[in-house]
Structure formats: C-alpha cells, structure tokens
Design a protein around this ligand. Sequence first.
Ligand SMILES: *[C@@H]1O[C@H](CO)[C@@H](O)[C@H](O)[C@H]1NC(C)=O
Ligand SMILES: *[C@@H]1O[C@H](CO)[C@@H](O)[C@H](O)[C@H]1NC(C)=O
Length: 389
Amino acid sequence: MLRLCVVFICLLYGVKTDPQEACPAFTALSFGNALIGTDLKVKLLLYTRQNPTCAEELHSRASEYLNVTKKTTFIIHGYRLTGSAPVWIPDLVHLLLSVEDMNVIVVDWNHGATTLIYSYASRKCKRVAEILKKLIDEMLIDGASLDSIHMIGVSLGAHISGFVGQMFDGTLGRITGLDPAGPLYRGMAPSERLDPTDAQFVDVIHSDTDGLGYGEALGHIDFYPNGGTDQPGCPLTIFSGLQYFKCDHQRSVFLFLSSLTQSCNITTYPCDSYRNYRNGKCTSCESFWPKPCPILGYYAYEWKSSLTQQSHPVTSMFFDTADKEPFCIYHYLVDIVTWNKNTRRGTLSIMLADEDGRKAESKVNPPQLCRYDLVLTENTQKTFKPIPC
Ligand SMILES: *[C@@H]1O[C@H](CO)[C@@H](O)[C@H](O)[C@H]1NC(C)=O
Ligand SMILES: *[C@@H]1O[C@H](CO)[C@@H](O)[C@H](O)[C@H]1NC(C)=O
C-alpha cells in the first residue's frame, strides 16, 4: 500500500514539474510504472553535431536541427523491466556523432516498453514501427533518401526496425540488430521478425541466444561472439541478480559501442558452428577476397557488397572476445605434430612474445587433449584454452 502511495505521489509530482523542459531527455520511469504497466507514448529525440548533448524533440516537420540531406541513424531500445533509461544510450549517441556528421534520433518508447509482462511490450512493436514510418515518410518529402537511413535496434528494437524496413520493402540503407529478441519471435515467419529482406544491409550481433536473444541468423551477416550464448565476465548464477538476466544480452550493445571507438578491430571468421571455429577449422576468409575477414560492428558495412552478392544469403561469423572493453583478443592456433609416435608423456611449454618483449607462456599437457588455443590479450593477460578432442 505504501509503495502504491509513493508511486502516486511521484506521478502527481511528475505532472507538476515543468512541462517545458530545457533539454528533452529520455523518459525515466520507475519499477512502480512497470507494476501498473504503461501505455505507448513515443518520444523522438534528435541529436546532431549542433546539439550533441541537448536533444530536440521532434513533433512536426518544423525542426531546428534536422538536416535530411545527411545520414540519419535511429536508436531503438527494447523491453524495459524496471523503467530505467538504458545506460548505453548517451554513449551510443556521442560515439555515432563523433564518427560521422549525421542526425541521431533516439526512439524513446519507454512508455510502452516498461511493464512486468514482456508480451505487453512485444505487442506494441508494430505500433512503434508505424510511428517511425510516418516520420520517415515526412523526411522523404523533405528530401531525405532511404539509402542514408540506418536503424540500430536492440532486442525488441531490432524487430521494430525490421517492421519499419518491411514497410519500405527493404529499401532502407541498413538495419543493425543488437541481440534481437528471441522470446515470442523464435520460429516466426520472416514478416513477423527481423530478416535480411528488411533493408539493403542487415547486420546482427547475437550475444544471448540461449536466453533473451534469437539463435538463428537474421541478417546478411550474423555475428556470434564467444559462440553467442555465454559472454565472458557475465555472471553464471542467478545470485548476481538482474545482471544474470541482462549481461549476456547487453554485451551486443557494448561490443557495438567498442567498434565505434576503434581502439582495436574485432576480426571475425565465417564458420558453420562455434565448435568448428574453436577447433581451428575456420581460419579462412577467402570468400571475402580481396577484403580481409569482416570486422564486428559499425564498420561491418564495408563488407556489404560481397555479403549481399553471395548466392548463399546467410553468413554466420564466429570469434572470441575478452571480458571487458575493448574486448579484442588475438588468437593463435598452435598445431603440434609429434614425429615420434612412441613418446607418450611429457609437457610442452609454449611462449609467445611480441615486438615489445611482452610474453605469455603456457604449459601444455598433451595426453587428453587434441588442440590448444593460446590467447594473448592486449595487456598481455594470457588465457589458455585447451580444446577436448
Ligand atoms: C545540410 O547538410 C548539407 C550536407 O552536409 C549541407 O551542405 C547543408 O548546408 C546543410 N543545410 C543546413 C541548412 O545546414
Ligand atoms: C579498423 O578497421 C577500420 C575499417 O576497416 C579501419 O579504417 C581502421 O583503421 C582499423 N583500425 C585499426 C586499429 O586497425
């Protein structure tokens, strides 16, 4: 009862505070809102290099900052259990504006996405898509081009992007799906989820395929960090609270953010399974020749032409990452052939040294294992991953 009263007071207070905010911000709601449930209300927040920190809320075609001759990137979040604003949005806006002079539109549908019941939020996705379709139609009248529209959708937001793309018959420039939502979407027909026909180029990062994410490929290129199920550094038990549920899922977003800072590039390898990748069977990127292996994230579009030309429309990419920013690790596959078949016992020591003299050493104990993967992270942290036969 007390909690309800508190929620009520907050609501009253919220109504009373200034209706003309100086800088419109992402709607912050509380767990109380999730308990009651929220109706759909979409706020469109525009950021540009002229107003990088103070958003302009788009209401009608009259906008001070929107320049439709520039590229426009939409950021669309997903389900919100607690009503809080997604922590990664300011970083994503900032980094996008730092790499390119563009319009960044944050699609705030927190009113709608915030509910205890996931299916209520999921049901609102098509209505969000219709609102975005209307905005894009207006932008087209003002001279925008569909080619220069990029939608970055997280979780349910990925499917919303797919719905918008479908309304434009796949002519949007690009859709990036960051761990597209799995629950209620697994096994659905392509028209009911994100799929490669929704945009000229669809790239997807799958980071929680055994939880909140979607397992099968949904784009022209599908990236599966660490196999796509469990991410390093994420808690494995429920005792870690909410992090247990969202850490793997959110990792897709942090990997994408990291790709924008470009402190290092994450190289990815085409493979039919993570197991085969781990067994060193997928080290070739010949199919992308003359380009090297694709890199993860924002710059993946540089591989667009080879990916969209291939007769086989789906390419799954595998790679391992470190547990934190900048996530890049270097892989060394050590293949050992012994000549003397009679020698059975002994240890093997492998040392890797870089140009600066930093070293990583690992001892190998061969009998039970076939292959060893020596991983030297950027700060010479060594990990050694034996692979069973
Ligand atoms: C809009 O952007 C284009 C291309 O960057 C630029 O040439 C033009 O001056 C801009 N228009 C306004 C009104 O700022
Ligand atoms: C990463 O890749 C991009 C795009 O291919 C390239 O422009 C950049 O120089 C690379 N950065 C590093 C640190 O290798």
